[in-house]
Write a protein that binds this ligand. Structure first.
Ligand code: ARG
Length: 476
């Protein structure tokens, strides 16, 4: 009995266990559209080069259109016996159009085919991710704009440090997500290159026009010139782009995770700084009072999963000799799961932060709720303006180190009176330094402290407003 998919060479069929072990169709079938798109571009070029006939091309196009509608309708029969998405589609094509289907694979190998498919698929996913990153940034800027004057304690070591504007705090995340978007754009450039034409590993004997295929598939640079992998061995075996993408996705998830950690803290009763809409929280099966921040917690957890995929992919490559090895089939599940996890996370965060568009009013509703009073009360604990008092004394002529020491004494005194620096009477403050005048109380106020940090990148409302304008322009 002849083995199913291969050739006369095999003396026995594949064992069922091996079939299941080596098949990828149940996860790589999501590449179907990229596979058809790549095949059509290849076939078109084969016809243009006179390698297949015009009639063959027409048959292939007709067959692929039929397959496309079958897959979209859910009636396409995926077969484990046919191992992967590529062989499933090719077999169906041949069933539909006969010999033309058998001619499609001329000058091609599954090795350059799969590398092309993954790149095409990932390129389009990167575009969706870039849109989602933009949406999340806009949501953060929207909330920031409403909260320029809202003050919360900035922390270092999670100890109260200096007052900052809540908008400034949110815009820190906008910076991170803007860098993530830059990284995605950069990864896209190296993803959008054509391996097809590398064939199995060494190139092919047919006069292929690889640049034509690259153009058809939109694998072009900024100037519209086709970008083709220049070494056939590298073309079939390079998965750097998938690793780079997963690294960029990991960093992005790390940013989401840090934000999640803050949301979780801020939502705890001991902070009470923000609320997220009920639809992003869950209750407890035993404690009736609970509203738990499951979404940020899960996002923090899923960050570990994506970072795990990065480790998986990078380890997958480390021992592979050139060129293609079946190991590469293991690139798909981590890559697919990274894309799914990142997209879902960004989508949910954009809505959780910024709210949902109400079509009736045209406004967004149900984003995070800010408790400005709780933030301000927290900023009034922990001597957040102590640095301001030191800076005040420096302006009176003290060297900074002496001012620092003087204020440490004042903080010690305030602590023993269980009050804020601004609540110490002027005469007591003057006991620490005679040059302290009535104007010190402006300096000791949260708002005075904020306004004073008016250098580029600082938390003063004027600076924060300028940043909001910059982001709005950048985000269009
Ligand atoms: N399913 C395979 C993969 O994902 C396609 C390429 C198989 N090539 C081969 N020579 N076995 O890598």
């Amino acid at each position: 009995k002849k083995a199913e998919a291969w050739s006369a060479l095999f003396s026995e069929p594949m064992s069922e266990l091996v079939k299941r072990y080596t098949a990828s169709v149940f996860f790589d079938k999501r590449l179907w559209l990229a596979d058809i798109t790549g095949s059509l571009a290849h076939a078109e070029m084969l016809a243009a080069q006179g390698i297949i006939g015009a009639g063959d091309l027409a048959d292939i196009q007709r067959g692929m259109a039929q397959i496309r509608s079958e897959i979209e309708a859910g009636s396409f029969e995926w077969k484990l016996d046919l191992e992967d998405v590529h062989l499933n589609i090719e077999a169906r094509l041949t069933q539909l159009v006969g010999d033309a289907g058998k001619r499609l694979h001329t000058g091609r190998s599954r090795n350059d085919q799969v590398a092309t498919d993954v790149r095409l698929w990932l390129r389009d996913e990167i575009d969706l991710i870039s849109d989602l990153l933009k949406e999340l940034q806009i949501a953060l800027v929207d909330v920031a704009e409403q909260n320029v004057e809202v003050i919360l304690p900035g922390f270092t070591h999670l100890q109260v440090a200096q007052p900052v504007s809540f908008a400034h705090h949110l815009l820190a995340y906008v910076e991170m997500f803007a860098r993530d978007a830059e990284r995605m754009a950069d990864v896209r450039r190296r993803t959008n290159r054509l391996p097809l034409g590398s064939a199995a590993l060494a190139g092919t004997t047919y006069p292929l026009d690889r640049e034509r295929v690259a153009k058809t598939l939109g694998m072009v640079d900024e100037n519209g010139s086709p970008v083709v992998c220049q070494n056939s061995l590298d073309g079939v075996s390079d998965r750097d782009f998938a690793i780079e993408f997963t690294a960029a996705a990991s960093l992005c998830m790390v940013h989401v995770s840090r934000f999640s950690e803050e949301l979780i803290l801020w939502m705890s009763q001991n902070f009470g700084f923000v609320k997220i809409a009920d639809r992003f929280t869950t209750g407890s099966s035993i404690m009736p009072q609970k509203k738990n921040p499951d979404v940020p917690e899960l996002a923090r957890g899923k960050t570990g999963r994506v970072v795990g995929h990065l480790m998986g992919l990078i380890t997958l490559m480390k021992g592979q000799p050139l060129a293609y090895n079946k190991d590469n089939q293991e690139d798909k599940e981590p890559l697919f799961d990274t894309v799914d996890t990142l997209k879902d996370t960004l989508r949910i965060f954009a809505e959780m932060v910024g709210g949902q568009l109400n079509p009736a009013t045209g406004a967004k509703e149900g984003g995070i709720t800010v408790n400005a009073a709780a933030m301000e009360a927290a900023a009034n604990k922990g001597y957040a303006t102590a640095t301001d008092l030191a800076d005040y004394l420096v302006k009176k002529g003290l060297p900074f180190r002496d001012a620092h020491e003087t204020v440490a004494h004042a903080v010690k005194a305030a602590t023993s009176h269980n009050c804020d620096l601004s609540e110490l009477p002027l005469t007591v403050l003057q006991g620490f330094h005679p040059d302290i005048g009535k104007d010190v109380f402006d300096v000791l106020s949260l708002r005075g402290s904020l306004n004073a940090r008016n250098t580029l990148g600082g938390t003063a409302p004027a600076q924060v407003t300028a940043q909001i304008v910059r982001h709005r322009t950048r985000l269009g």
